[in-house]
Ligand binder design. Structure first.
Ligand SMILES: Nc1ncnc2c1ncn2[C@@H]1O[C@H](COP(=O)(O)OP(=O)(O)OP(=O)(O)O)[C@@H](O)[C@H]1O
Ligand SMILES: [Mg+2]
Length: 376
């Protein structure tokens, strides 16, 4: 009987854990979604300034920094969304060395000088397929754990090597090591030895999930004291993998026609209007989906394309899409959302939506999608 009771208690504890994860997941998803709306405005205006020949060089420099920071923020929200299981992670060619250098760059400015950071990049090729934001998160988490393990200082080494068709990336510290007694538990959600204020215990849980989703492997050892070595193995990208490289973009191309933007966020409408105008389009931006449907009913001859936010109060994006298509089955609707592409978007694309525009988007992406959708 007491065995049974213990089992019930265990299951209750597991359930509580899962509920906690679910709650965090939905919170994270909501925050990330709102954040992407704000980032649409930040990145949108930044891209407008960059395209403007009248922008002076010293302003361009500032805009570059704003853009980089907003891009990083957007990758982090992508992370949160991934964690909330909304949407798919990206799959692009990523240079792992570049990711590691970015982690080093961030650490150099933020961690104590008593920790020396070294890079030993022995891999001649470190291109993998994956999500640059998520991979950044992996190595940042491992590096922060290494930092925490070296309160008195030490050496943090980021090392790569080629192993057959895989690249090995290691995060090595000279810290306190992981006691035998807890080695089985470090990947458990919320397992931490750092106290409630300092650690969530989610770092390694997230790391493990991301590595798995990239088809990789994760190992650690404390066989060379002092300290700990974490090793990540990821399959090398096939040279023929033709997915776009992270950060690649073409210059914006101009077009003409009228575009109806339906979005409940004012900042998004503002920046969309500015971008569309700059590209040569006429923009009509409406906040209320029901009013937008009515507008389209009256003026459908004059509208060439519609950019429709999927997550709106009142008449939701899906119902709005259906109403628009009922008025005009040929309506060229581009879906947009602060969440990533997921099965509900795919369903609407199956029903005739022309494209999906992930927020935050920049003027280049907007122009590219519009010229595709409006191509005769
Ligand atoms: N490099 C390391 N050296 C020593 N102990 C480690 C190392 N990496 C992880 N650990 C141990 O594993 C535990 C779990 O790590 P994890 O990254 O999941 O959570 P955390 O670092 O405690 O909190 P968070 O990452 O959320 O801030 C840590 O609390 C620590 O005890
Ligand atoms: Mg951690």
């Amino acid at each position: 009987m007491s065995d049974l009771r213990r089992r019930v208690e265990e299951l209750e504890a597991q359930l509580a854990q899962q509920q906690r994860l679910l709650a965090i997941g939905s919170l994270a998803g909501g925050v990330a979604h709102d954040f992407n709306n704000l980032l649409t405005a930040i990145l949108g205006y930044a891209s407008l300034l960059k395209e403007d020949p009248a922008t002076p060089p010293h302003v361009l420099e500032a805009v570059d920094v704003i853009e980089k920071a907003a891009e990083r923020a957007s990758q982090l929200t992508g992370q949160l969304l991934g964690f909330a299981r909304k949407g798919e992670p990206k799959r692009v060619r990523v240079d792992l060395h570049q990711v590691l250098l970015e982690v080093v760059e961030l650490l150099r400015h933020t961690i104590d000088k008593s920790i020396r950071i070294e890079t030993v990049f022995d891999a001649s090729d470190a291109w993998v397929m994956g999500d640059p934001g998520q991979l950044f998160q992996v190595f940042l988490n491992l590096a922060l754990n290494a930092r925490d393990a070296m309160p008195e200082g030490g050496i943090l080494t980021l090392q790569t090597a080629l192993m057959d068709s895989r690249v090995q990336a290691s995060v090595i510290d000279t810290g306190v090591g992981i006691p035998k007694a807890i080695r089985d538990r470090i990947f458990e959600p919320f397992f931490t030895t750092k106290g409630a204020q300092q650690g969530t215990g989610m770092g390694l849980t997230v790391v493990q999930r991301i590595v798995k989703s990239h088809g990789g492997q994760l190992e650690f050892d404390c066989d060379h004291p002092p300290g700990t070595r974490f090793h990540i193995f990821l399959p090398l990208a096939h040279p023929a993998d033709s997915a776009p490289r992270a950060g690649e973009s073409k210059p914006a191309s101009r077009g003409k026609g009228a575009v109806l933007v339906i979005d409940d966020e004012e900042v998004v409408r503002q920046v969309a209007a500015r971008m569309l105008k700059g590209l040569g389009y006429h923009a009509i931006c409406l906040e209320n989906p029901s009013e937008a449907v009515e507008y389209f009913r009256r003026r459908r001859q004059d509208i060439d394309a519609i950019i429709l936010d999927l997550v709106m109060p009142g008449l939701g994006g899906k119902a709005c899409f259906e109403a628009l298509r009922e008025i005009d089955p040929q309506a060229r609707v581009i879906l947009t959302s602060g969440y990533s592409l997921d099965s509900s978007v795919e369903t609407l694309i199956g029903q005739g939506a022309k494209a999906f525009l992930q927020k935050p988007y920049r003027v280049q992406q907007l122009s590219e999608i519009l010229s595709k959708v409006l191509a005769p």
